[in-house]
Design a protein around this ligand. Structure first.
Ligand code: HEC
Length: 183
């Protein structure tokens, strides 16, 4: 429950940092998150399933954030000088896909985990992230970004920057997962 609440809060804080909290209040984030989850051939749903419990393409349950690698990573590194914020990891993962995330981050973290976090077991799969996790890496993002711009325009809001669009899309889909799947 604590985890549930903290994910929810972190999502909102992330958005407000982008100075668009006000605007986002006028947009139905859960509805947008549903769109993100379901859009396109290579949608989140195509791998994670309509109930978020996983398919043969993704053996992870979106209903159980405590089992996610990003959460385990945050816990394993807590208090060390290389601590990570699981929400940031998740957003990057969703935006860039696992291949890019691994390339950018895995090397440094791996040696840090083995050298500094003695006695922490990082799950049987360990890092890196399974590169089948493509997130919004495909063509879906263009369509979704256009939808966000349309939603902002419909509310009479200023045109969002691409960073704001990224933030809105990732916050929305994480919020949808939280509302729809997390038990
Ligand atoms: C082509 C298949 C595929 C698609 C499309 C996909 N995922 Fe994933 N996803 C995976 C796999 C495989 C994993 C497991 C990664 C691992 O454990 O290393 C995963 C893991 C995750 C996780 C858990 C991350 C963690 O910290 O362990 C989340 C959350 C997630 N996906 C959300 C999404 C969202 C949101 C989308 C759509 C924007 C999406 N996924 C699209 C395959 C996919």
């Amino acid at each position: 429950m604590l985890l549930k609440v903290s994910i929810f809060l972190v999502c909102l804080v992330g958005v407000s940092e982008a100075v668009i909290a006000q605007q986002v209040n006028q947009i139905n984030m859960v509805e947008l998150g549903k769109q993100v989850y379901e859009t396109g051939g290579e949608s989140c749903r195509s791998c994670h399933g309509a109930d978020g419990k996983g398919t043969g393409r993704a053996r992870v349950s979106l209903a159980d954030p405590g089992s996610w690698k990003s959460m385990k990573l945050q816990m394993a590194l807590q208090g060390s000088n290389l601590s990570v914020d699981s929400d940031e990891v998740l957003k990057d993962l969703i935006l860039e896909g696992a291949r890019n995330w691994n390339q950018e981050n895995f090397g440094g973290l791996k040696s840090h985990l083995t050298e500094s976090v003695v006695g922490q077991h990082f799950g049987d799969n360990g890092l890196p992230f399974d590169e089948d996790m493509v997130g919004l890496g495909g063509s879906n993002k263009k369509v979704l970004a256009r939808n966000v711009m349309r939603m902002f325009r419909a509310q009479g809001l200023p045109r969002p920057t691409s960073k704001e669009i990224d933030n809105v899309l990732t916050s929305a889909v994480l919020l949808f997962i939280e509302e729809e799947f997390v038990e």
